[in-house]
Design a protein around this ligand. Structure first.
Ligand code: 1GP
Length: 270
């Protein structure tokens, strides 16, 4: 029987920290995206997220998802391929039958009930037909928050708001979310502060995903050293002349830190 996606992610996390490459269809031409996937695969990324904060519809997800899926299949013909998860800001318009699953987000510090539960309630009944396994994730937007913060009407966690972040993350764990995501927003000039990552990862035993503004190996290393289990980078594959070497350095910084033992992968958090 095939392993569930959540189980696969937890098995990977039991062996080490993870790096996910986020692909925003708005930022790439369709012909460029196969190249990005090849570069990220060669750099050792552990999975792909497909989605963006605005301007992404179902047709784009279908087109880009198909290219990503086919490219992954070519790179890993004998198995062991990294998973593709949809990463929608709006799960009702940006789901398609092209991925292993969907990072099924609730934006916990949104002031708008749409982003907390209403969009999810519209989408959830269709997941089975779309063959998309949901991986539940409580998203917490941190200053500066970027487009996702403003579109999601987030009451951003201030950069010195460690206690507030701990509150949201602890609530996510208590509500049964298997993952929590601290997100400073794509293209943020300041990633989530290390002290906040440390406070949150000490407080919860579910894996903590961190993203937004992580554009180099030093920032990635700081986040994993502070306790992040999963690092997401998107902008790092959008600009610059040597995307491959930037990404290799980021992935190697992430993989260079031993696993953090999370509750779901067995044992107490360390
Ligand atoms: C945002 O975490 C992602 O949701 C990626 O952010 O584009 O800044 O890497 P960047």
């Amino acid at each position: 029987m095939p392993q569930s996606l959540a189980h696969r992610l937890m098995r990977t996390l039991a062996k080490g920290r993870m790096h996910l490459t986020s692909v925003d269809p708005v930022a790439h031409t369709l012909s460029h995206v196969a190249e990005i996937v090849q570069i990220a695969g060669a750099a050792g990324t552990d999975g792909f997220l497909l989605g963006g904060s605005s301007g992404v519809d179902r047709r784009m997800v279908e087109a880009y998802g198909t290219v990503i899926r086919d490219t992954i299949a070519k790179i890993y013909p004998t198995g062991g391929a990294p998973p593709l998860l949809l990463f929608p800001s709006s799960v009702d318009t940006a789901l398609a039958k092209v991925a292993d699953g969907v990072l099924f987000l609730s934006l916990l510090n949104s002031l708008d009930i749409q982003f907390l539960i209403r969009i999810q309630a519209k989408a959830a009944p269709h997941l089975r037909a779309l063959n998309l396994e949901p991986v539940g994730c409580g998203m917490i937007m941190v200053e500066p928050g970027g487009t996702a913060g403003s579109i999601g009407k987030a009451e951003l966690v201030p950069r010195d708001g460690d206690d507030m972040a701990v509150g949201y993350a602890s609530a996510a764990e208590a509500l049964g979310f298997p993952f929590v995501y601290l997100n400073a927003g794509s293209k943020s000039d300041a990633p989530v502060p290390a002290s906040m990552i440390q406070a949150v990862t000490r407080a919860v035993s579910i894996p903590v995903i961190v993203g937004g503004g992580i554009t180099n190996a030093e920032r990635a290393r700081q986040a994993v050293d502070a306790g992040a289990s999963v690092i997401v980078t998107g902008t790092a594959v959008e600009t610059g002349t040597d995307i491959g070497s930037v990404l290799r350095a980021i992935v190697s910084a992430v993989h260079g830190v031993p696993p953090r033992h999370c509750r779901a992968s067995g044992g107490a958090a360390t």
